[in-house]
Design a binder for this molecule. Structure first.
Ligand SMILES: [Zn+2]
Length: 108
């Protein structure tokens, strides 16, 4: 499942500073995808059509780093709205994350 955290118009080849005037910008989505094989979140960047860009703009996720008050482990969570954090639980000890969380790199 892809969790998009950022939608922006970018040049196809970033890092190439030699832009001609005809160079077009394309919509890109940046986000995280869970890798089942390596069991961790992987960042991705992908070019999409403008229709998809609008869809993802309305369905963006926010990234949070949550520290569990009980077992002291830190987890990365992606939620659409901050209020959803209240419902999240620590995957390790099932403690609620309600109180302790901090926003982490909103703009990636
Ligand atoms: Zn815990």
């Amino acid at each position: 499942m892809k969790m998009v955290t950022s939608v922006s118009k970018m040049y196809k080849h970033r890092g190439n500073h030699f832009h001609r005037r005809s160079t077009k910008k394309y919509w890109h989505i940046i986000g995280y995808e869970y890798d089942d094989y390596e069991e961790e979140w992987k960042m991705f960047c992908e070019q999409v059509s403008w229709i998809k860009a609008i869809y993802y703009k309305c369905n963006k996720y926010k990234k949070f780093n949550l520290a569990c008050p009980s077992c002291k482990n830190t987890y990365m969570l992606l939620v659409k709205k901050e209020k959803y954090l209240e419902k999240q639980e620590c995957p390790e000890c099932q403690e609620s994350f309600k109180d302790l969380y901090e926003e982490y790199a909103e703009n990636l």
